[in-house]
Design a protein around this ligand. Structure first.
Ligand SMILES: Cc1cc2nc3c(=O)[nH]c(=O)nc-3n(C[C@H](O)[C@H](O)[C@H](O)COP(=O)(O)O)c2cc1C
Length: 214
């Protein structure tokens, strides 16, 4: 966790708060600064999944930092979901890349439509038009045709679709391991090599966790 970075981190209201939480935990310990935006639905889902009363992005950051006793090296700029006049609504501000984690089907559909009625959609739209990396971490199951078409069009428009589908071949031993599997893939796609999870090596003894037969 050594490189400075400048990212936009958005949270939408899909299940999978753990992916955002583990990503933010790691980001906190990296040099650099990032913007964070959480939709009202994402806050609601975060509350359900972590049993917390954190009521906005600022309180989610505080919750994550306290939960894992993170050493805060990163500067976070919290922006409001409805603030379409915020700095990250404009391509004149520079960020390296953006992630929507987790990404609801509603946010995926609105980014695809280009309507940009809130700051997440707008920053994603700017990321695409400025040819900056945009990583979307959708979570829904099963997918209907609309979801699949939405994701294909987003892919064709330049976004990376990184489904919230962690692998099990490295024997994760906790939910946090599953969160880190996805968080490390996001960092990689945003150009950051972060050591959150061991790389696959068929020769390594499987000591990372237990096997699936408990
Ligand atoms: C507990 C809970 C879990 C949800 N899980 C998902 C999900 O996994 N995927 C999804 O697309 N929507 C899910 N939703 C529905 C979205 O939150 C809803 O469509 C919302 O309007 C999304 O708004 P946003 O994209 O602005 O965050 C869930 C809602 C709740 C309350």
């Amino acid at each position: 966790m050594n490189e400075k970075c400048k990212l936009v981190v958005a949270m939408a209201g899909a299940s999978g708060s753990i992916y955002a939480a583990r990503f933010l935990r790691a980001l906190m310990e990296m040099d650099g600064e990032s913007w964070i935006v959480a939709s009202p639905a994402s806050v609601r889902v975060f509350q359900e999944e972590y049993g917390t009363s954190a009521a906005n992005a600022e309180e989610i950051l505080e919750f994550v930092g306290t939960l894992w006793k993170s050493k805060l090296k990163h500067r976070f700029h919290v922006r409001s979901y409805g603030d379409i006049g915020a700095d990250i609504a404009s391509g004149s501000n520079t960020w390296e890349g953006m992630v929507v984690v987790p990404c609801s089907m509603k946010t995926a559909a609105s980014i695809r439509s280009g309507v940009t009625a809130n700051l997440i959609d707008r920053a994603a739209d700017v990321s695409l038009k400025e040819r900056r990396r945009l990583v979307l971490v959708p979570r829904e199951t099963p997918y209907n045709r609309i979801h699949l078409q939405t994701m294909l069009e987003l892919h064709d428009a330049g976004a990376v679709i990184l489904p919230a589908s962690p692998g099990f071949y490295q024997m994760p031993k906790s939910l946090d391991d599953l969160g880190d599997f996805i968080a490390s893939r996001i960092f990689k796609l945003l150009g950051k090599e972060v050591d959150l999870y061991p790389r696959w090596n068929p020769e390594t003894p499987k000591s990372h966790g237990t096997n699936l037969i408990l």
